[in-house]
Design a protein around this ligand. Structure first.
Ligand SMILES: [Zn+2]
Ligand SMILES: [Zn+2]
Length: 163
């Protein structure tokens, strides 16, 4: 789906659909992370996500937040992860499957499960990306930073995979 400026709009939601969001425009980057935090918070072997500028994100529904990662208070699904001026969205929370987003890099490859292989096209990092020198931005209160819609995120009657 596109807005009037021709930007792609992607819709996402939690498992119970109480939390919904949309992101406008192309993500800044798409990645996979095998780190301990991503394993624990996803309950899976890795997390796959895309990062948008926070201004691209609009969200509705009640979330709780732990360590900047927010999740639906009802079903517990991870939704968005706000860090500094960026919002990370779990690929699995997007409504159109499969998404048209492909990871460009992998982090913490030493923790990758033995049955997984490096993505051939993806840049490989032993730890975080080469931004390790940057200080971690302070935790911020999400409700003030994420643009909240007055009403629920309007949903297309029929979800169409963006061309
Ligand atoms: Zn939910
Ligand atoms: Zn991680």
């Amino acid at each position: 789906m596109e807005n009037r400026s021709g930007e792609t709009i992607r819709f996402g939601s939690c498992y119970c659909r109480a939390v919904a969001f949309r992101v406008t425009g192309q993500p800044l980057r798409v990645g996979i992370c095998h780190c301990a935090d991503c394993r624990k918070t996803s309950g899976s072997a890795f997390s796959a996500y895309a990062v948008w500028p926070i201004s691209a994100l609009e969200q509705s529904g009640q979330v709780s937040t732990y360590g900047n990662r927010s999740f639906c208070v009802t079903c517990g699904s991870r939704v968005t992860f706000v860090r500094g001026d960026e919002a990370e969205v779990m690929l699995g929370s997007l409504d159109v499957v499969p998404s048209d987003l492909t990871p460009e890099y992998e982090l913490w490859t030493g923790r990758r499960e033995n049955w997984l292989h490096p993505l051939p096209e993806a840049q490989q990092f032993e730890h975080d990306r080469d931004t390790a020198a940057e200080p971690e931005p302070p935790e911020t209160e999400q409700p003030e930073r994420i643009r909240t819609l007055e009403t629920e995120v309007p949903r297309p009657t029929e979800l169409v995979r963006p061309a």
